[in-house]
Design a protein around this ligand. Sequence first.
Ligand SMILES: *Cc1c(COP(=O)(O)O)cnc(C)c1O
Length: 393
Amino acid sequence: MNTQELDKKYVLQTYARADVEFISGDNARLVDCNGKNYIDFTSGIGVVSVGHANKRVNSAITKQISNITHISNLYNIAPQAKAAQKIVDSSGYDMQCFFGNSGAEANEGAIKIARKWGESKGEIKKYKIITLQQSFHGRTITTVKATGQEIMHNYFGPFPDGFVYADDIPSVESLLDDHTCAVMIELVQGEGGVIPQNKQEVQDLAKLLKKKGVLLIVDEVQTGGYRTGKFLASNVYEIEPDIITLAKGIGGGVPIGVVMTSLKDVLSAGDHGSTFGGNYLSSIATCEVMDILNQYSQSGELENTINYFNQVLEDFYKKNKRLFTKKVGIGMMCGLRVKDADTLNSIILNAKENGVMVLKAGKNTLRFLPPLTITKGEIDEGFKNLKLAVSSL
Ligand SMILES: *Cc1c(COP(=O)(O)O)cnc(C)c1O
């Protein structure tokens, strides 16, 4: 049986997979099982931020696992402590980290911290968490409920109580009550359709929440790790959240999730844990990714790449206004609004045929999440392929 047949027979069919099988990669380049080349504008949905087969990450991992891969969180783990230091230092916030294995798990941790904090605040139990309608926070029972999109709440109930949905940032205020412990937002909604929030509105919300004694949780699972140009989108928006979650882009492809918070004393030993979280493998990968991206940012290369990518994307947008209505996004989290959903599906299909991988977000957004280390040559080649892909549409 070939891979597709094996998958159909033995794997639960929860994904509408595209008919392609990649076997190797190099930075933003992929090769499939027939030897065909592609430019990857997806980076595994914002995960391989430092590119495929990154030599520095691979060598750090190989060196580490030739000594030890996993020993449990019952003991001190040097790369975990170092990864936490690198993450906290890069953030500019006075925080501590907890390590899990995914974005959803990081958000679960954030919700637990907020709920425990809310229990200890005075007479009234604070447990409600306000999120946004178009948000995406994960696939576990709790994070599905935290996700505002109504379509995600089919089946699987009953859900945990206490999630309230605001239409947008300004309408959060009217939903606050004595039971609200936190507001959780993405600063740039990813899955919802590459929707950056308004900076002033976010800053006003942050101020309001401080005044009211309500926590601000920022889900940076997609925006974190320099995706928006700075280490965190919270840095771009110049706010100081109480809790931040990270995952996708900071492990270079190794599963990792992080919840970081300035509320260092809320959780005590035994309140939270993870078998795999922050083990030697994922922590060493994260340490190396952090080093690579910190250098890449400090040298100005990240900014150059972001500028070049956006310039080429803008040009592509202007030449194809018959298909697209708007260019959106921040940094290397970009999108083009497509005039209708059918056209979007055709673009993604044609793009694959023409050797460039792109993503969908929301109903009508063509999404670009290239590796942050993508070269000019790779960007040019990707857009050359994309032009061919849309030429017949
Ligand atoms: C991808 C994503 C998640 C879920 O992450 P998983 O690793 O799939 O659990 C949560 N929040 C945001 C903003 C995401 O983009």
